[in-house]
Design a protein. Structure first.
Lengths: 308, 252
């Protein structure tokens, strides 16, 4: 059995954490070959080659793969799919865009957000916003899988896999990149941060979200938000934690002014320690919190920031 | 240009899900079912395209049990022009996999030749986030998933996509498949007169066999279990106590 793993690469840089976690998830399935795709992918490939357990790194560097549009990237993966029993990737928005397309082209089902590998055909994944865990067995010849990174530890580094160039494929010419709007930030990345501080509708405005950010910066944390906070314009879309946003499992998650709807819990309830600050003692968030504080966030959060 | 909108009947997002004691799945008997929230957003977007004169007809499609008719009536009441129900299961617990759904939708696309298919980005029951991408693969069309904005411009669509780093804007050649994210729009409620009118709008009933699609699942559900419970926590009385507890726990 052999695994082809699509590395997560953004603008030429390897997302080490996500890729290394997918490598450790994939290891029990067979020898892991990493595929590095992008208009600039060589440096990322060289870095991926250092992940322990990687046997080989294929490099597809071509202008065609800039911005990893789904159509050319999926076509490339299908052209390489031959010798592999499993085609996998970390469950990022990029991979979730590309791998279902690959699966359909191979006439197989896709398994997204897998949280555990039982055996080569059998996997566990959450359904219904994490309210049920399903064990499923695939009857397909090739398994196409995205791994939920928050549930796997990153593989170590220290390996030295060989690099091998692969030729670019055809350009289906169906889509074209126009622009990226990416906020630059010195904060840790949300899905790999050790600490996350999230604000909800209770924070009340974009200006007041600064008190959430101050607490986060004091803790060296990433900032998250509930859907209500994002919909209300307090926070950007890529901060949304939950069933339909990002899934996080940091060592410490601080939920401020968040009620704890199941859709939000789905994205953070595997955090090691959960702190909830809410003025409503009945808020469901307290049912999952290790430490709950019933307080007005406008007093409690600045005080907490000061005392840490 | 026709716009095709696949809508899925799912457990209402407010319902507390119960796993059946025998581990065979989630109990869907006698629970409230609704249109998948992302599909409401898809229907709304299609209707707005029609209102803006960019679409000629909005067709809603649902695949599943006969009761999915109710979901289609909701789409018609919101403003879709006609509906297609593809009956592919007898039991509400029997769900059709995205690959089979995409194959049926691909056959409908061939017949109807829509310029745009707008799907939800994920169904809130199985959370697979796959059908739109699979349909794009099978039709050979372009795809733009997780749409935050959608603008139809001649024979192309410009879509801003919600991605991990923020927003990515791409241009796709039509016909194309778009999937909706939460912030694309706020779906309207159907008014009572429109609900009445929807009862007279055409609803075609088909079966999976009519499209020659085998819906046998590729994935076998071995077991469905409750997720692990979190141990009960404690309430603290002050910020000082919270800081002390966090220090004790080694969290800070
Ligand atoms: C299809 C679908 C997908 C969804 N996906 C997600 C998702 O991915 N992520 C997500 O988060 N949600 C998601 N939701 C939305 C979810 O159902 C909730 O609506 C949302 O999480 C509520 O956000 P909130 O807790 O910030 O707001 P609210 O529920 O309004 O809670 C605000 C809280 O702030 C408290 N508060 C107010 N003022 C103060 C104060 N001064 N001090 C202290 N506390 C205060 C209140 O007591 C209240 O508990 C989804 C919903 C649907 C239908
Ligand atoms: C791991 C796993 C194993 C499964 N095993 C079985 C099994 O053994 N037997 C079985 O019967 N089922 C099985 N199912 C259920 C079946 O696969 C799901 O119903 C199917 O996965 C639909 O996924 P989704 O709704 O999450 O699709 P998504 O791809 O998340 O849906 C996205 C969008 O596609 C459109 N769409 C999806 N489905 C429909 C539909 N039916 N009609 C119209 N539009 C639609 C909607 O626009 C929707 O918003 C399994 C599911 C999973 C996840």
């Amino acid at each position: 059995m052999a695994v082809l793993l699509l590395a997560e690469i953004n603008d030429g840089a390897l997302a080490m954490d996500a890729t290394a976690k997918a490598v450790s998830a994939a290891q029990p399935l067979g020898e892991v070959t990493v595929l590095a795709v992008g208009s600039s992918a060589k440096d990322a490939a060289a870095e991926a080659a250092t992940i322990a357990g990687v046997a080989k790194v294929l490099v597809a560097e071509d202008a065609l793969y800039g911005h990893r549009l789904a159509e050319p990237t999926a076509a490339l993966i299908v052209s390489l799919a031959g010798g592999y029993s499993h085609i996998v990737a970390p469950a990022t928005t990029d991979a979730k865009n590309i791998l279902p397309r690959v699966a359909a082209l191979l006439d197989v089902m896709v398994l997204t957000d897998v949280t555990a590998v039982v055996d080569a055909d059998t996997f566990e994944r959450p359904v219904y916003a994490g309210n049920a865990m399903q064990t499923v067995k695939s009857k397909d010849a090739t398994k196409v899988i995205t791994f939920r990174t928050s549930t796997f530890d990153a593989a170590a580094t220290g390996g030295s896999a060989a690099l091998e160039d692969v030729a670019a494929g055809e350009n289906p010419g169906l889509s074209e990149w126009i622009e990226d709007k990416v906020a630059e930030s010195d904060r840790p990345e949300l899905t790999s941060a050790g600490i996350v501080v999230s604000g909800g509708r209770g924070v009340g405005s974009e200006e007041d979200f600064a008190i959430i950010e101050k607490l986060a910066d004091k803790l060296g944390a990433a900032v998250g938000a509930s859907r209500a906070a994002v919909d209300s314009g307090f926070a950007p879309n890529d901060w949304q934690v939950g069933q339909t946003g990002k899934v996080v499992a940091p060592d410490l998650y601080v939920a401020v002014g968040i009620s704890g709807a199941i859709q939000h819990l789905a994205g953070m309830k595997d955090s090691k320690i959960i702190v909830a600050i809410n003025k409503d003692e009945e808020a469901p968030i307290f049912q999952v919190a290790d430490f709950g504080l019933v307080a007005d966030l406008f007093q409690a959060v600045p005080e907490l920031t000061e005392k840490l | 240009m026709k716009v095709l909108v696949p809508v899925k009947r799912v457990i209402d997002y407010n319902v507390k899900v119960r796993v059946k004691a025998d581990g065979s799945g989630v109990d869907l008997a006698n629970v409230k079912m609704s249109m998948n929230p992302f599909d409401e957003i898809a229907v709304e977007e299609a209707i707005r395209l029609k209102e803006a004169g960019k679409a000629s007809e909005v067709i809603a499609v649902s695949i599943g049990v006969k009761q999915a008719q109710e979901t289609l009536r909701t789409a018609l009441a919101m403003g879709a022009d006609r509906a297609i129900l593809v009956v592919a299961a007898d039991d509400v617990h029997e769900d059709i996999e995205p690959l089979a759904v995409a194959k049926i939708l691909a056959a409908i696309v061939k017949e109807e030749e829509p310029g745009l298919v707008i799907c939800g980005k994920q169904a809130i029951d199985n959370d697979l986030n796959a059908t739109g991408q699979m349909l794009a693969a099978l039709t050979g069309f372009a795809q733009a998933t997780n749409a935050n904005t959608l603008e139809v411009d001649g024979d192309a669509a410009i879509v801003a996509r919600e991605v991990d780093g923020g927003l990515q804007t791409i241009k796709v050649t039509l016909p194309a498949i778009v999937t909706t994210d939460l912030r694309l729009n706020e779906p309207r409620y159907a008014s009572l007169p429109n609900i009445m009118k929807a009862k007279k709008k055409p609803l075609d009933e088909k079966t999976a066999a009519d499209y020659g699609v085998d819906t046998a699942p590729r994935l076998e559900i071995v077991k469905t279990a409750e997720p692990a419970e979190r141990a009960a926590g404690i309430m603290v009385g002050s910020v000082d106590e919270l800081v002390a507890k966090l220090k004790d726990a080694g969290a800070i």
